[in-house]
Unconditional design. Structure first.
Length: 92
């Protein structure tokens, strides 16, 4: 396949994004354009969920105005082990 591509643009993209080959740079660009197209399609047509299904997909403690979950007093998602309880002295 023969393609005519702006060599300076291709080199700049390869350098900036650390692509080892021209093929990988072109494939990444095509995948990004495809991703953007699919996002536009989702925005135009939705996800195909009913309002009830969409409502059930959201955490019941999510506060739209605040933009994060607000849990009732004493609500704990999971118990947490004490820091460094695995017995290791390694700080990582």
């Amino acid at each position: 396949m023969t393609m005519h591509i702006d060599e300076e643009l291709l080199e700049r993209v390869m350098r900036e994004y650390d692509f080892p080959s021209k093929t990988e740079a072109v494939e990444a660009a095509l995948k990004e354009l495809d991703r953007q197209m699919r996002i536009r399609e989702f925005r135009a047509h939705g996800l195909g969920l009913t309002p009830e299904e969409l409502g059930n997909a959201v955490d019941p403690f999510y506060d739209e105005k605040l933009g994060y979950n607000v849990y009732p007093e004493g609500h704990v998602a999971e118990t947490q082990a004490p820091y460094n309880s695995h017995g290791s002295t390694d700080p990582r």
